[in-house]
Design a protein around this ligand. Sequence first.
Ligand SMILES: [Zn+2]
Length: 71
Amino acid sequence: MATIAAPAYTCPMHSDVHAAGPGKCPRCGMALLPEDTRFAFVRHMVSNPLHLAVMLALMAGLMAAAMMMMR
Ligand SMILES: [Zn+2]
């Protein structure tokens, strides 16, 4: 599920809008963005509240670790 090769471009506002190449969203007119792994990851995280909680916990842990390194 992590690597879907088919539609490469999507609208930032409408995740259900897909296109094979660069263009504009038929609904809002925004430029379509490449559906790279980072974008898909964020969307995946936002799609599930549990993922958000896990991500927040991870970020808090990373921040704490970074603070320790600084000292
Ligand atoms: Zn749109």
